[in-house]
Design a protein around this ligand. Sequence first.
Ligand code: NAD
Ligand code: UGA
Length: 499
Amino acid sequence: MATPASARTKIACYIKREKMVKICCIGAGYVGGPTMAVIALKCPSIEVVVVDISIARIAAWNSEQLPIYEPGLEDVVKQCRGRNLFFSTEVEKHISEADIIFVSVNTPTKTQGLGAGKAANLTYWESAARMIADVSKSDKIVVEKSTVPVKTAEAIEKILNHNSNGINFQILSNPEFLAEGTAIQDLFKPDRVLIGGRETPEGQKAIKALRDIYATWVPEDRIIATNLWSAELSKLAANAILAQRISSINAMSALCEATGADVTEVAYAVSKDSRIGPKFLNASVGFGGSCFQKDILNLVYICECNGLPEVANYWKQVIKINDYQKTRFVNRVVASMFNTVSGKKIAILGFAFKKDTGDTRETPAIDVCKGLLGDKANISIYDPQVTEEQIQRDLSMNKFDWDHPIHLQPMSPTAVKEVTVTWDAYQATNGAHGICILTEWDEFKALDYQKIYDNMQKPAFIYDGRNIMDVEKLRKIGFIVYSIGKPLDAWLKDMPAVA
Ligand code: NAD
Ligand code: UGA
């Protein structure tokens, strides 16, 4: 679909030139890549260049094997790459030529110094801002796409304006709400697009320029304009509230196991209240992903800095329940196998933090595997999208180290020798004492569990951390089954696990 002439004129009007609008996005990751590909697809008259300091990542974006697995992404990239979508390592050149710059770099949790373990590390953001200030020769709109602490725009404004040489920079906050696995659909049909800007005439003009780009394919009533701080905080609030729903149902799952209630039935009954609704009420082994924990920790830090310890403690509890849920799962496995998994083979089906992605950042599988390894298990892992190298890297990396550009991560982590990675679920489960299902990949539902059972040690256990299995069918085959928040097998009742 072409950018309507009216939108083109309006965008060009902001930048006072009748030429092709140029967008540069700094950061070619899970957000920068897909969002810019969709803008390029929907607005063929805009040139979009995605730049990154990682040579390998840019090379992958320019190859047949994209650096991230995301349904529908390849098709979008193929339609516009080389036409009006480009991936480049020439960061300075494309920043200097752009009218609008999106900054979509990582904002990891700090591991050292003030706020370590909570505050967002804005190193990458700051270096991007300094680079923009250094190389800009014309006015620019700078868009915060990364998730940042509230008030970051103020800091960025200071960096840009103190080094501006008379150039006008307008900062906008345009947080991204896509979820991995459904990113392309989320970008095609977002629930909302949020744009925060200064309440000055220049600020409002910049909001309008960005609004006009999105309006090419997003209905006007879904594009919300707010002040900068509301936009920045809304992103943290949305992630915190989504994660809170998962921790709420996971807390209930523990009570369900203790009382004989079934968490799926409870969630369904609760969801029928139209004020609550059905989404994000699936009990699980715990939420993962690059953002929920990071963003809540960031929120906690901001509350503490603003003298609000009660509010900080409230949100901390969402993470504590998530950690409790992962520990509880490991304890169930170990307790039910006569209190030890030492030397036993445990098959792990699924390592990604959710289905339809190869992303393993903060996946609950890391904590579950580390817990089982701590009890000296031998682990055999199968995930349809995650490589052995990635799994070994995840199991040997320090907490929070993953959220740095690839070239700053440990290069060759020592492989954990008790871990093997297979490309086949049957091989992973062959001779195993137990199976843990940690990602809800559809293909796990279609496996031949009779065949799997026949090739396992007995008694054979299945621990379903995603509640995707037909428990009764598995019990008929002979498995001892644990399913999060479901009435317990007699076997498990006799072996209580204390988290
Ligand atoms: P990512 O790690 O996949 O990508 C970030 C990229 O930025 C990396 O490739 C890195 O090399 C690059 N980079 C860092 N500093 C740079 C610099 N100075 N110049 C050029 N490139 C630089 O991260 P992501 O998942 O895309 O997340 C980016 C931001 O978006 C984070 O703030 C995150 O919280 C937020 N976010 C992520 C998601 C998601 O689903 N992953 C969704 C919404 C928001
Ligand atoms: C989440 C938000 O949904 C996005 O809106 C946001 O943009 C993004 O974080 C971000 O800021 O990074 P994402 O982490 O990609 O997206 O995926 P989700 O679908 O939210 O799942 C997060 C985790 O929660 C996964 O581990 C998933 O398995 C788990 N989950 C989700 C549950 O355990 N139960 C549920 O009911 C839903």
